[in-house]
Design a protein around this ligand. Structure first.
Ligand code: FE
Length: 131
């Protein structure tokens, strides 16, 4: 294997806790701000421990018919219970659930990607129609 795309796994999010789920409008008005949410582990929560957690999540937009995607949002989850007391004794756990706002002028596809420190790369997509 020599294609990074092949490293991204996909599955039914209702059965697989790693899939980033994109929530938001399917239809938006051109130039209007729309809000989207991406959640990893929406149906089955993903572990969030010092040893096993979601590290980051990134969102791309590919205009319909375009060749090159645009990176539109990126989130790093930095706290997973680390502490001087030891693993999982910390005060903070960043949860892999984010929202962001986006203004679109063309229809296309949103792609969400996420990374689990043990189970690798995952992705999903959502078609957006701009009217
Ligand atoms: Fe995992």
């Amino acid at each position: 294997m020599n294609n990074i795309g092949e490293l991204f796994q996909s599955a039914d999010w209702k059965a697989e806790k790693h899939v980033p789920v994109i929530d938001g409008p399917q239809e938006v008005k051109a130039g209007e701000v729309a809000q989207f949410e991406v959640t990893v582990g929406r149906e089955i929560p993903h572990p969030n421990t010092t040893e096993h957690h979601i590290r980051w999540l990134e969102v791309f937009f590919l205009p319909r018919g375009a060749k090159f995607p645009f990176a539109v949002a990126r989130f790093d989850f930095e706290a997973h219970g680390e502490s001087v007391e030891g693993p999982n004794k910390g005060a903070a756990y960043a949860e892999p659930k984010v929202s962001f706002s986006l203004k679109l002028n063309q229809s296309g596809t949103l792609f969400a990607s996420s990374y689990c420190n043990i189970h690798g790369l995952w992705q999903s997509s959502k078609e957006i129609n701009v009217n």
